[in-house]
Design a protein around this ligand. Structure first.
Ligand code: 13P
Length: 253
């Protein structure tokens, strides 16, 4: 089964209502490859989700940037998976390194969140990635395997999961992984899925790259055989996000 190219835009904690409307109108006017070639999902902060969902073109979709680990209730400040489902929000990003590192979300906690979100019918962009220190000490594959294991141990169906490899040292730094560095980790993650889950999940699960992706470096990364798309931060707030979406055509050329 072919893996459809996936481009996610993670807006993080950015934007005013006016800026959000501007980004949406840029996306709405953009010429993008058809939905058969690329799946586009943008992830605004929670408060802007209804605005974006109601104004965004229908071939692009929205994701939340997080959700609570179990059923909603007395959890001040949290947003539950059921609420996202209630608003027809199809996707959620979980395990982003900013939450793992700044809010101490462990591999187990992220795995529990992924399992709960899937159980409620959400599709999940699950993030993994090593810090610079971990890379320099040769621990990259151990780190991303342990993060993936935290998820794999808690779920039985990977059909609604996109795995995002986002090396922490490349996020927001302008220091993008080389195509070879991205390909190496993606290929190892696919091998991990093959040995620990099975061949079908390994060949069908999309593994996308995130970390300083922009309009200039996306094509070369997209050409790597195990890079199935991107999770874009800073550049997803700019018109060049459209160029990144168009890099999907590298796979069909
Ligand atoms: O964290 C990211 C996407 O989730 C990547 O961020 P940047 O594209 O700004 O490096």
């Amino acid at each position: 089964m072919g893996r459809k190219f996936f481009v996610g835009g993670n807006w993080k904690c950015n934007g005013t209502a006016e800026e959000v409307k501007k980004i949406v109108s840029t996306l709405n006017e953009a010429e993008a490859p058809s939905g058969d070639v690329v799946e586009v999902v943008v992830s605004p902060p929670f408060v802007f989700l209804p605005l974006v969902k109601s104004s965004l073109r229908s071939d692009f979709h929205v994701a939340a940037q997080n959700c609570w680990v179990k059923k909603g209730g007395a959890f001040t400040g949290e947003v539950s998976a059921e609420m996202l489902v209630n608003l027809d929000i199809p996707w959620v990003i979980l395990g982003h390194s900013e939450r793992r590192l700044l809010l101490n979300e462990s591999n187990e906690f992220v795995g529990d969140k992924v399992a709960y979100a899937l159980s409620q019918g959400l599709k999940v962009i699950a993030c993994v990635g090593e810090t610079l220190e971990q890379r320099e000490s040769g621990a990259t594959l151990n780190v991303v395997s342990a993060q993936t294991k935290g998820i794999a141990e808690r779920i039985s169906n990977w059909a609604n999961v996109v795995l995002a490899y986002e090396p922490v040292w490349a996020i927001g730094t302008g220091k993008v992984a080389t195509p070879a560095q991205a390909q190496e980790v993606h290929s190892e993650l696919r091998k991990w899925l093959q040995s620990n889950i099975g061949a079908e999940v390994a060949t069908s699960t999309r593994i996308i790259y995130g970390g300083s992706v922009n309009g200039a470096n996306c094509k070369e990364l997209a050409a790597q055989p195990d890079v199935d798309g991107f999770l874009v931060g800073g550049a997803s707030l700019k018109p060049e996000f459209v160029d990144i979406i168009k890099s999907a055509t590298v796979k069909t050329a």
